[in-house]
Write a protein that binds this ligand. Sequence first.
Ligand code: KG4
Ligand code: ZN
Length: 372
Amino acid sequence: MNILAIETSCDETAVAIVKDGVEVLASQVATSAETHRKWGGIVPEVAARKQLEFMIPVLTDTLIQCPDYDAIAVTVGPGLVGSLLIGVETARTIALATGKPLIPVNHVQAHMYANFVRYQASGQNSSRAKPRDNHRPITFPAISLVTSGGHTELYLMTSPKELKWLGGTIDDAAGEAFDKTARIIGLGAGGGLAIQNESLKFKVQSSKFKVNLPRPIINDNTLNFSFSGLKTAVMREWKKSVNRQSLMVDRKIPNNVITDDQRSTINDQLIALYAYEIQEAITDVLVTKTLHAARIHEAESILISGGVAANARLRDKFSASINEQRLTVSFFSPPPALCTDNAVTIASCAFFRGQRLPWQSVKAEPALSSET
Ligand code: KG4
Ligand code: ZN
């Protein structure tokens, strides 16, 4: 069955057609992220207007690639109401005009279905590799971590259809922690990706600077997360480090004369240190809690998804920790393009656990719970 899916929960306008929940026949994503950058965060009104502008071109491009579909799926929530409405009204209109079934989808839960999609392994000769070659079967029970800009949730999956929510963040999401701390250390709206890139410049052995950041509620034995304390700690420590560093610089340089180059080298080192430590703190918490859930539920697979799952350090840390702790569990992480928002996951989720509803009953639900 081919499902045409529409995703407009935030600042991405995405449309895809996926066969049987696993095979991508067409996928398009447009984003208004650049437009929001100058405000330092997403402006809902602007995001909604951009959704309206992008919807028809993105839909048309997708349908040119693949005009055949049997049902329509759409993200109904959680998300920004103005953005959601564009996708939902488009999907309702297509359902009304074509008489095809309509399937409402929960955006947060949909993220994890990126792991069910077959994709080509990177590094293989793309002209020769078959799209299905890279896929290992997911066995159950599985623990699924969804970690994005707005959500950090753990689920138990007993089949591709059956989900049980186990825990989630009690304040900021992991992606939000990346985004807010990136701003504090001067990386603007670059978020987690900017932190990942900066952290690569940090030389652990040779650094003159040190900072200890907390790993909030890492060992509290619950499956909940908390990241707002980390943000506060970064704010406090960053101020101290910047002050200490200017003192050090002033003392070291004769007559307090310091060139712009010297100052910027020291600043760069400090930013790289903080980026590295922030990434370590967030990934330590995500890995520890997820492995704790896997042990409790005797999981055979661990799936990660959502924008933060694109983080290379997080993926490496999961693999390394599973090996070190000798856990007999298979680890799955989608390619980065399927971690961030897209419509492929919406189509896949609709295929595996969606329920068809009359188009009149499908409504935008901005505050839809990710727990049910
Ligand atoms: O899933 P997503 O595209 O949107 C939401 O549903 O929220 O996730 C966006 C989040 C942002 O917080 C962004 O900073 C984070 O994913 N992110 C990353 C990386 N790429 C995106 N965080 C850490 N490392 C990355 N490489
Ligand atoms: Zn998302």
